[in-house]
Design a protein around this ligand. Structure first.
Ligand code: NDP
Length: 480
């Protein structure tokens, strides 16, 4: 049994009430650990520690903060294999993916913000009346960071690193479904010598520990990534208290393939953008639209390639897909497949649970699934499934595909495949999303603004945007 503990005031401790709940390994359905079932009292202890640490941490020089964050990044790199194995076991993702993407990105997050704060500048405005305005930026105080299960350490550190780099102290909660690497991170922070109380990691459920973070009056800002419904609940709690809010929510992203695309590249990347991490990435393209003149050719080649993907043991480096994150999630995704059939969809490949042999027989595996024949406005094409399920449909004109692409309540990202630069530009500007990838997918540059529109969220992460979020601006006007 792996016993996970909270990290509060620099120490590893259990929940104050002594309660814990089970942590499951999605690859075999077995309980392999215990998670503290933290409540308001644990959040209060974390807030107390963070409030006490704030004056000293916010006054620590940028260089000292930077060096500490770099040390954490080094420790993540030094523990790469252990963290990748833990992430794969906790989440069900292939170890190959955790090794190549999740863990390197976690250390990159610390490195990026550790160095960004050394290059910040603030604005000055000289007025016509012999006065100068200086815009100062100061840390907010105690901030809350709440993250989901799909990219556990990657998204947790994407919030924590800029928050502490900017001089705030943090109370953070990872998803109860994937707490392991956040716990290992707390051990690394202790080893790095991060002062007590600067980062506090409290484990537990959303309704208990998460809600207590949203409600706490001393937590002045909340950075949240997760589902739209949870985001709505957090906003309803936090907005009347005038907390700063950054909400990165759900998506139903279109993947638009024009006939003039580089066919092979679009095909290869679309397989990846549909099924990477079992389709459990907020940026996955779950609605594929293909220009009619190449529809049959693309559809056949796509279904053939998807059919060849290997669903297997996450610990086996040859697996293309591992397990989805939990039993309820598997059931939810398979429920959407049934809904798609009721709505008149035809399953081109997949559409069922995969039963692996031996010790993995009770794991949560789903065959990568491609569905055609659905109306763009049916429930399957409007609701976020967040699993290895995509729909595919033909289109005739640019106008038609834009209408279908923009038809959902979401607006996180879109992918466009065309070799026509004018078209790429035109379509990108008409897509109602926060991010557009043209002839690529998930090509990340941490300096760029990251986030969505409509019900995909409010605010942007990344680069200066997130450092602005985690600071307050104060304008000082001096008459000369
Ligand atoms: P949830 O919204 O269920 O949970 C996200 C986090 O919020 C978890 O830590 C959860 O805790 C916590 N939480 C739940 N209820 C509350 C509450 N009342 N108050 C405070 N915190 C709460 O999302 P999932 O974990 O299921 O993640 C999947 C979702 O995340 C998808 O919709 C996906 O699109 C979205 N996502 C968005 C991204 C983006 O950048 N826009 C990136 C990645 C994912 P617990 O797990 O313990 O319930």
């Amino acid at each position: 049994m792996e016993i996970i503990q909270n990290y509060i005031n620099g120490k590893l401790v259990g929940a104050e009430n002594g309660q814990s709940f089970d942590n499951y390994n999605p690859s075999n359905g077995q309980v392999y650990g215990q998670i503290p079932d933290s409540t308001q009292g644990d959040i209060q202890s974390a807030v107390d520690a963070a409030s006490t640490a704030f004056p000293l941490w916010s006054a620590t020089t940028r260089l000292d903060r930077s060096n500490l964050l770099l040390k954490i990044a080094d420790l993540i790199d030094a523990n790469h294999d252990r963290l990748a194995a833990a992430e794969s076991k906790d989440n069900g993702k292939p170890i190959k993916l955790a090794s190549r993407v999740d863990i390197p990105r976690a250390s990159a997050n610390f490195r990026f913000f550790a160095t960004a704060i050394l290059h910040e500048s603030t604005e000055a405005h000289q007025t016509d009346q012999d006065a100068i305005n200086m815009t100062l930026r100061t840390p907010i105080g105690v901030v809350g960071c709440i993250s989901p299960w799909n990219l556990p350490l990657y998204l947790f550190t994407w919030k924590i690193a800029p928050a502490i780099a900017a001089g705030n102290t943090v109370v953070a909660k990872p998803s109860e479904i994937t707490p392991m690497t956040a716990f290992l991170l707390s051990e690394l922070c202790i080893e790095a010598g991060l002062p007590a109380g600067v980062l506090n990691i409290v484990h537990g459920t959303g309704p208990n520990a998460g809600q207590a973070i949203s409600e706490h009056p001393e937590i002045k800002a909340i950075s949240f990534t997760g589902g739209t419904e949870t985001g709505k609940r957090i906003a309803a709690t936090a907005a009347p208290m005038f907390k700063k809010l950054s909400l990165e929510l759900g998506g139903k992203n279109p993947n638009i393939i024009f006939a003039d695309c580089d066919f092979d590249e679009a095909l290869k990347t679309s397989v990846h953008s549909s099924f990477a991490n079992q389709g459990q990435i907020c940026l996955c393209g779950s609605r594929i639209f293909v220009e009619r003149s190449i529809y049959d050719r693309f559809k056949d080649a796509f279904a053939k390639k998807v059919n060849q993907l290997l669903v297997g043991d996450p610990a086996d480096p040859s697996s293309n897909l591992g397990a989805v994150v939990s039993k309820p999630h598997m059931e939810k995704v398979l429920g959407f497949v049934e809904l798609a059939k009721e709505e008149g969809g035809t399953i081109l490949t997949g559409g069922h649970q995969v039963k692996l042999a031996g010790a993995l027989a009770n794991g949560y595996y789903i065959a990568p699934t491609v569905i055609e024949g659905l109306a763009y406005d049916c429930q399957t094409n409007q609701q976020e499934i967040f699993g290895p399920v995509v729909t595919i449909a033909p289109f005739d004109t640019e106008q038609e595909v834009l209408m279908m692409a923009n038809s959902t309540q979401y607006g996180l990202s879109a992918t466009v495949w065309t070799t026509n630069l004018q078209r790429a530009n035109r379509v990108s500007s008409e897509l109602k999303t926060g991010i557009v990838w043209v002839n690529c997918w998930l090509l990340r540059d941490l300096r760029t603004p990251f986030g969505g529109v409509k019900k995909s969220g409010v605010g942007r992460e990344g680069g200066w945007d997130v450092l602005n979020f985690f600071t307050e601006k104060k304008n000082v006007c001096i008459k000369l």
